[in-house]
Design a binder for this molecule. Sequence first.
Ligand SMILES: NC(=O)c1ccc[n+]([C@@H]2O[C@H](COP(=O)([O-])OP(=O)(O)OC[C@H]3O[C@@H](n4cnc5c(N)ncnc54)[C@H](OP(=O)(O)O)[C@@H]3O)[C@@H](O)[C@H]2O)c1
Length: 343
Amino acid sequence: MTYHPDPARYDRMTYRRCGATGLHLPAVSLGLWHNFGEDTPHETKRAICRTAFDHGITHFDLANNYGPPPGSAETAFGEILRTDLAGYRDELVISSKAGYRMWDGPYGEWGSRKYLISSCDASLKRMGLDYVDIFYSHRFDPDTPLEETMGALDHIVRSGRALYVGISSYNSDRTRQAAKILKQLGTPCVIHQPSYNILNRWVERDGLKGTLADLGIGSIAFTPLAQGMLTKKYLGGIPQGSRATQGKSLREGMITESAIASIRKLNAIAESRGQTLAQMAIAWVLRDGGITTALIGASKPEQVTDCAGAVGNLSFTAEELAQIDAVAQEEDINLWARSSEEV
Ligand SMILES: NC(=O)c1ccc[n+]([C@@H]2O[C@H](COP(=O)([O-])OP(=O)(O)OC[C@H]3O[C@@H](n4cnc5c(N)ncnc54)[C@H](OP(=O)(O)O)[C@@H]3O)[C@@H](O)[C@H]2O)c1
């Protein structure tokens, strides 16, 4: 059936300027890390993307390795672009990344020019695109000169493969160095993609939000729902089919008694605000303007609808913020700490 996006989509979403750049991003963006591989029916993937666009979610985030198998999320998204979104390319911000293992041998991961440029070409081919809007260095590489990694990003823009570049899970020091090199090359760093949520606050300890504000770089916080922990999903145990049962990135051991106790109290605070817990968790990430957009994932279209509804209330009283801090402790859930802590 031909897809006709909701004509009211742009009235439903809030758009925020990405740092000091001209690019605006929706307050809620959709990532295709999980639920877009060959283990998910194609119709589910289509429904998730269509629902997102109907809610004004114009930004879709991918990476070379999203699947399973790696690459299959980009292939599926390419198909959805062709069947449903082809007429809307100029209304979309599509990103991809390279940094994690994608193919065998020494040129299949990390931050070399050799890997980044060939991986970008392969991503474009899988998605059937001439260019991506944003291309990222997916993680900091301690063994490749930063000049080489940033030089590759600059080349990717100059050669027309991407419009903007970003970095993911770089700490403040590395971000400053990367931004300086990119500025000298004439290709500014437009966006940083860190993990960040109520239970994982490394960006605050690192001072990353202040660094990005200083540099005029925008930000997109990934896992704002702590992979689903910051929803009602796990309050009564671990439901069949949820991410925690799939042997992927959310291990059952991460859903500890202490985390569940915090989540119960957070859920009560969300209810008192008239929001779902997912909505409050997204609003919390966006609360002080230090983060441009919250990058969610979804296994069902209804989850996208719920999350997009966060924009109905993005503000908190000082008392609510204090209540959240009092009940929620940081949990050991930052799987990306190695990249940001590397010195
Ligand atoms: N740069 C990086 O290194 C990096 C790393 C990780 C992720 N990312 C990006 O961030 C994106 C988001 O990551 P994520 O999927 O872990 O984010 P998340 O939003 O924290 O978690 C998404 C999961 O939460 C559950 N969920 C979402 N909305 C819900 C709702 N309204 N009610 C109940 N449950 C809900 C679903 O779990 P179920 O599947 O259990 O239903 C969904 O799969 C990725 O797709 C990717 O684009 C980037």
